[in-house]
Ligand binder design. Structure first.
Ligand SMILES: Nc1ncnc2c1ncn2[C@@H]1O[C@H](COP(=O)(O)OP(=O)(O)OP(=O)(O)O)[C@@H](O)[C@H]1O
Length: 255
């Protein structure tokens, strides 16, 4: 179980995330919605450790993550899509995914300087990386360098690297933003498949309400950094306060 307690961050006088307490259980996909500037990405950054909280805690399965670096949190099971700037731009797509698989499996696979084990590890890692690339429909690009990828493929690669980590918690921040009509369904399918694994916790920041309606088991709504609604999607979406102030659905419906 991932939990935030009274999680808060201030930037100068501005409270971007304000005392958010929430628990996310395995087997659920929670969508985090709210207007621009509501604090959704900042909340993600506090959970993943990219930002240091002014107050409050983050824990996973009882382990306190507050104070840990982003990579230590990743090691504890928290998976956030990689920033491609952290990758090796001149290595190929396949090489990058294989490195991510290797980083995840390092403990299991280290068997000294034995050529046979190095070769068989390499083969197993490549097979896993190949599978992940097939899942995100990026196989045809496996020999391209990361730097040469168009934007949509870079977003797919971010998801591929997240898959390679095999985390307990998957955090997706607008995973289909900037993707074309052919690319987005691949990623949404992948999230649908992930949902079937009831041991995984999925958090999704998403503006597209049709995606939220279809995928979410639960919606939480942030507004001015505060948690203002939390519950079953139909109920949260239907609540007047959310419709009018936060989602603009009333406007959409009227248009
Ligand atoms: N590093 C920072 N320094 C100062 N203010 C920040 C910083 N990061 C975020 N903020 C402010 O915190 C508030 C929340 O921003 P955040 O990006 O989390 O919102 P969001 O809900 O993800 O918005 P969007 O839907 O537009 O992505 C905004 O007012 C933003 O300007």
């Amino acid at each position: 179980m991932l939990e935030t307690k009274d999680l808060t961050i201030r930037f100068g006088g501005h409270v971007a995330v304000n005392g958010v307490s929430c628990a996310f259980a395995p087997g659920t996909l929670t969508a985090i919605v709210g207007p621009n500037g509501a604090g959704k990405t900042t909340y993600f950054n506090l959970i993943s450790g990219q930002l240091k909280a002014s107050a409050g805690t983050v824990s996973l399965d009882g382990q306190l993550l507050s104070g840990l670096s982003p990579s230590a949190r990743t090691h504890a099971g928290l998976g956030r899509a990689f920033q491609l700037t952290n990758l090796f731009p001149n290595l190929t797509v396949l090489e990058n995914v294989r490195l991510a698989v290797q980083a995840t499996r390092e403990g299991e696979h280290r068997r000294g300087l034995n050529l046979w084990s190095i070769w068989s590890d390499h083969k197993a890692l490549t097979e896993r990386a190949d599978q992940i690339l097939a899942d995100v429909a990026l196989k045809s690009r496996e020999h391209a360098t990361v730097a040469s990828l168009p934007h949509g493929d870079q977003r797919k690669l971010e998801v591929a690297l997240l898959m390679a980590l095999e985390p307990k918690v998957f955090m997706f921040d607008e995973p289909t933003a900037g993707m074309n009509a052919a690319e987005a369904p691949v990623i949404l399918d992948l999230i649908r498949k992930l949902k079937q694994d009831k041991s995984k916790t999925i958090l999704l920041v998403e503006h597209k309400m049709d995606v939220v309606r279809e995928l979410a088991d639960r919606i939480i709504v942030l507004h001015n950094g505060t948690l203002v609604a939390d519950g079953e999607p139909a109920k949260v979406i239907a609540s007047p306060v959310v419709q009018e102030a936060y989602l603009g659905i009333a406007k959409e419906a009227a248009a």
